[in-house]
Write a protein that binds this ligand. Structure first.
Ligand code: NFE
Ligand code: MG
Length: 573
């Protein structure tokens, strides 16, 4: 059967610029290449700066996983300076991280991913009464009423009949791979609109602790907010009350809207539990990293690696085993392109050797992407919510195991199904429930400590560079919404001399390494030639699998099109 080549550029509803090139034959994908066509340069601009300022620049890598790069950065600098921070600051960072991830997962599902499964035009043909009955059978969420569903139909219907699809334009409505009944489509569309409002509200937790969002304020040595119950400013009794409300509203939407929607939609697409199987090694640095606690705290998920498809045996996570390859990326290493470099020796020297736009087939070249290829112990690694849930289950984490097994029982699938298109999407919902539980616990501890008189959020002991060693190295590990994140800093005479970020989407969207191993996106599409692609001109199934990773190419490259060429054209051939 003839092989056809397909180029999807850009992949939409992601952050940043991603191009996917495919070979397809007989309705299946036979090979795939992921190419980031955007260059930035944050690692380079951090050199020569005061390490206490790095977080503010580093968190501009991305406005989606807002805050998390700042946390990785302050942790790296604190690690280098052996700088302990107050427990209250750790708890605040944990709360900010967890709420950031919950917001990100909900936004990803409704606003970036759901339309791969939900047909908006079909929703307009639904019976609002029947949709209300369906909704009542899965959730007590109060706004699920026929009147609200009718209003949603009228609002969106007016745009469609006026030819103004706006955010809903350019999709593959009516594609035969859509499977939901009209009422389920309407329910999801209503929640799409509600989630917009909800995410804006709950993220005010970031503004309370960090002054603003996106990009809240952080501080090497702690947090910049103060706790004073009797004061008008800072964290006082009124703010604590507000925070209780925000955490409660986050939980309610996750439990009554997001989680039941994901489970209900997953039930119509069960075959995707065996589609999009990606790299069989998965890794997570665990929840303890959220809290910046030096030693793991009871109830938290520990770091670990699950290698080669063995999801039972948790191996220790050893940072020395990380190396980044540039075999397929537009960078140069002094020793050539075959060897990997550990981030302590990491170099970011861009050398674009690809074609000028229009690109043709980028993948005809050995080098075809701006993403480096991080590997662990020589293996391509999947990171993200599915890695975190599998790692948590392998260590017998009770809450995670119960939630994962409940969700899988509903689908009649085993744990191995978490390494799939559906598995990655399901794990975000499961993890959001888990993180709401953790936020309750962290916030309870935070308040108890305040009432016991512990109000310190900053440790001034090592703020003065005169107290620093002449040279130092530090690493900050954390879990971002999309997976394991690390920042690596080297400091000489009070200034940054090397700064490397190894980011979740760098792990997941990497290209081939020196031994020809594909990165996780490529693996998920090309694995054993079983990924479906019904209509190469309307590659809906590819969007499902790529979106299931929640790609962020801004994070992945953290380094614009050097030729200044057009980035907005879509070519499907
Ligand atoms: Ni720009 Fe990010 C997250 C980080 S990258 S979104 O989550 O770090 O994958
Ligand atoms: Mg990097």
């Amino acid at each position: 059967m003839a092989t056809q080549r397909v180029v999807i550029d850009p992949i939409t509803r992601i952050e940043g610029h991603l191009r996917i090139e495919l070979e397809t034959s007989g309705g299946r994908i036979t090979d795939a290449w992921a190419s980031a066509t955007q260059f930035r340069g944050i690692e380079t601009i951090l050199k020569g700066r005061d390490p206490r300022d790095a977080w503010a620049l580093a968190q501009r890598i991305c406005g989606v996983c807002t805050g998390i790069h700042a946390i990785a950065s302050v942790r790296a600098v604190e690690d280098a300076l052996d700088y302990p921070i107050p427990r209250q600051a750790e708890l605040i960072r944990s709360l900010v991280t967890a709420m950031g991830i919950v917001q990100d997962h909900v936004m990803h599902f409704y606003h970036l991913h759901a339309l791969d499964w939900v047909d908006v035009k079909s929703a307009l043909a639904a019976d609002p009464q029947a949709a209300a009955r369906l909704a009542a059978s899965v959730s007590p969420w109060p706004s699920n009423s026929a009147a609200w569903f009718r209003e949603v139909q009228q609002r969106v219907g007016a745009s469609v009949s006026g030819g103004q699809l706006g955010i809903f334009a350019g999709s593959y409505w009516g594609h035969p791979a859509y499977r939901l009944p009209p009422e389920a489509n309407l329910l999801a569309l209503a929640h799409y609109l509600e989630a917009l409002q909800w995410q804006r509200e709950i993220i005010r937790l970031h503004t309370i602790f960090g002054g603003k969002n996106p990009h809240p304020n952080f501080l090497v040595g702690g947090m910049a907010c103060s706790i004073n119950l009797d004061n008008q400013l800072g964290i006082n009794a009124v703010r604590l009350d507000e925070l209780t409300g925000l955490i409660g509203r986050a939980r309610r939407f996750v439990e009554e809207v997001y989680y039941p929607d994901v489970l209900a939609i997953a039930g119509f697409y069960r075959e995707y539990a065996a589609i999009g199987i990606s790299s069989p090694t998965l890794m997570a640095v665990g929840e303890s990293a959220f809290s910046c606690a030096g030693t793991p705290v009871a109830g938290e998920v520990r770091a670990g690696v699950l290698a080669d498809g063995n999801y039972e045996e948790l191996r220790p996570f050893e940072p020395a085993k990380i190396a980044e390859f540039v075999t397929s990326s537009w960078y140069a290493y002094p020793e050539g392109d075959k060897a990997g470099r550990h981030p302590w020796r990491g170099e970011t020297v861009p050398r674009y050797t690809g074609p000028r736009p229009p690109y043709g087939q980028i993948s005809d070249n050995v080098k075809y992407t701006w993403v480096k290829a991080p590997r662990y112990d020589g293996r391509a690694v999947q990171v993200g919510p599915n890695a975190r849930m599998l790692v948590a289950c392998a260590q017998g984490h009770k809450d995670a195991t119960r939630l994962v097994d409940d969700a899988l029982a509903g689908l009649g699938a085993g744990r191995e199904a978490l390494n799939s298109t559906l598995g990655r999407t399901l794990c975000r919902a499961v993890e959001s429930v888990l993180l709401c539980n953790r936020m309750d616990e962290w916030f309870r501890q935070f308040q108890e400590r305040i009432h016991a008189g512990d109000t310190a959020t900053f440790n001034p002991d090592k703020w003065d560079p005169a107290t620093w060693p002449k040279s130092a190295q530090g690493v900050g590990f954390t879990e971002a919404a999309r997976g394991t994140l690390s920042h690596w800093v080297e400091i000489e005479n009070g200034r940054i001399t090397r700064y490397q970020c190894v980011v979740p989407s760098t792990w997941n969207s990497s290209g081939r390494d020196a031994s020809g191993q594909p990165g996780p996106f490529e693996h998920a599409l090309a694995h054993r030639g079983h990924h479906p692609l019904l209509e190469p001109g309307r590659p809906l199934e590819v969007l499902r699998t790529i979106h299931s990773f929640d790609p962020c190419q801004s994070c992945a490259v953290h380094l614009l099109d050097p030729a200044g060429g057009t980035i907005g054209t879509v070519s499907v051939s």
